[in-house]
Ligand binder design. Structure first.
Ligand code: C2E
Ligand code: CA
Ligand code: CA
Length: 439
């Protein structure tokens, strides 16, 4: 953080930032922090919607509103990236109210268009929830847009309940009285028991995706899921399983009579235009190929697919036409050829031709330093991204690279870990998760 503030002070009236204390992700963070205040005013915030589907009928019976920020440089920024900044700079409540208001506006518009509505669930942070103007804000906004309370559900996290029990209980009771359902988000991550929660007026629990994703992998987690669903049913609560990605997980949850399914298997969160299609045709089909990457460009050169990835340092040398000096960030190269490479990183970067990157690695004792631009990207699970890079390289350097890669390719046939080469000793996804401490 301090590097960020120093750079900010130094770069106050100056577009450029020259600091090798800043790497690409702190630089991005700096820009996001600088621009967030303007984002609301400039209409850069938007809502995506993700269907929640009845397990048996596959009918969309509600949907969750999820916020996005369309940043002019960095593209779509995820809430996991900018909400912590919003909290830090004191914009979190304003953004929360923006979400609530926009959901109500959408519901009003859809109703006018004659669509059959489903309840929309809205994420609320404890801090907003506990403010005295919370209920009045909700009531007034619903009234203004003529939205019935049954069309809104609030999601609060399990952990926020644990920390403020008494206050939360009273607000939950008031919400219950005006007819607003509350769902307990990320259930299972906060170690609270259903026995404890039954005293709160909560209609729905959302089983955290970290549980769902252990189905068919960890038998003991399956037993926990079974008992949560069983007990919730006894207490008259709905159970929504979050993060359902595979048919196997879906079948298991169906067998356990889990009420609702939310996850990529039915749909990723989508912008309004796509969501309208679901409202019009609400029976959804499980998608099994959503992970297939179809974005690879047509290539003029071959690529060398590596068994073990190359560790490399990456930096940005040109940012929107201006040269910059930033620190290095470690990435993993999965394939490389004379025309470009593919790498893995946890940083979410935009596909833009006016940002030029530099990559540095060592192949057979030779330091390789090449520049290029990102031409496609694809999201792996758990916040790891894959990027396709096209090199910006002169003909002579290209010929040298071809020679080196030809030699490298011959050596790789005898030994996948060619000597004096900057290999990581695991697959690129595990390696990137490890160095960034992603679980
Ligand atoms: P959450 O409330 O737990 O939302 C579910 C997250 O899981 C979403 O991430 C969604 O895109 C993702 N997801 C859904 N299905 C799958 C799946 O099958 N597999 C995987 N791997 N992920 C899946 P998203 O949209 O990036 O939001 C992240 C978090 O940001 C949310 O977690 C929520 O805590 C917060 N958030 C999003 N929108 C808002 C908002 O309007 N207000 C507040 N306060 N928080 C928000
Ligand atoms: Ca949620
Ligand atoms: Ca959740």
């Amino acid at each position: 953080m301090s590097a960020l503030h120093r750079a900010k002070a130094a770069g106050k009236n100056n577009y450029h930032i020259f600091s090798s204390n800043l790497n690409i992700s702190t630089y991005k963070q700096y820009e996001l922090e600088r621009d967030l205040r303007k984002a609301i005013k400039n209409n850069q915030l938007l809502l995506y919607f993700q269907p929640r589907v009845d397990t048996n009928t596959r009918r969309m019976i509600s949907a969750e509103a999820l916020i996005r920020w369309e940043h002019p440089t960095w593209g779509i920024v995820s809430p996991a990236e900018f909400l912590p900044i919003a909290e830090e700079v004191g914009l979190i409540n304003e953004i929360g109210d923006w979400v609530f208001q926009n959901v109500c506006e959408y519901l009003e518009t859809w109703k006018k268009e004659g669509l059959k509505l489903v309840p929309i669930s809205i994420n609320f942070i404890a801090q907003r929830f506990l403010r005295s103007d919370c209920i009045p804000m909700i009531v007034n906004t619903l009234k203004k847009h003529k939205v019935d309370t049954s069309l809104i559900e609030l999601e609060i996290t399990e952990t926020s309940i644990i920390h403020h029990e008494k206050e939360v209980e009273s607000i939950l009771t008031q919400l219950d009285e005006i007819g607003i359902n509350v769902a307990l988000d990320d259930f299972g991550t906060g170690y609270s028991s259903l026995a404890h929660i039954k005293d709160f007026t909560i209609g729905t629990i959302k089983l955290d995706k970290s549980f769902v994703q252990q189905i068919a992998i960890k038998p003991d987690v399956e037993i926990i899921i079974k008992s949560i669903i069983f007990m919730a049913k006894g207490l008259n609560m709905n159970v929504v399983a979050e993060g359902v990605e595979t048919l196997e997980q879906y079948e298991f949850l169906k067998q356990q009579e889990c009420t609702e399914i939310q996850g990529y298997i039915f749909s990723k969160p989508v912008p309004e235009a796509d969501f309208l299609k679901f409202l019009k045709t609400p029976i959804l089909k499980p998608q099994v190929n959503y992970l297939a990457d179809g974005m690879q460009e047509r290539r003029a050169f071959y690529r060398l697919q590596l068994v073990f990835p190359l560790k490399a340092d990456m930096t940005i040398t040109t940012f929107k036409g201006n040269s910059v000096t930033l620190g290095k960030t470690e990435i993993a190269i999965d394939n490389i050829g004379p025309g470009g490479l593919k790498f893995y990183s946890t940083i979410h970067l935009p596909v833009r031709h006016d940002i030029i990157y530099e990559f540095e690695t060592v192949i057979m004792g030779k330091e390789v330093k090449i520049q290029g631009q990102i031409v496609w990207k694809d999201e792996q699970l758990d916040g790891v991204y894959q990027y396709g890079v096209s090199f910006i390289i002169n003909e002579k350097d290209r010929q040298d690279l071809i020679k080196l890669l030809n030699n490298f390719s011959l050596k790789l046939k005898n030994n996948v870990l060619v000597q004096d080469t900057n290999f990581a000793h695991e697959d690129p996804l595990s390696y990137i998760k490890k160095i960034n401490q992603v679980s």
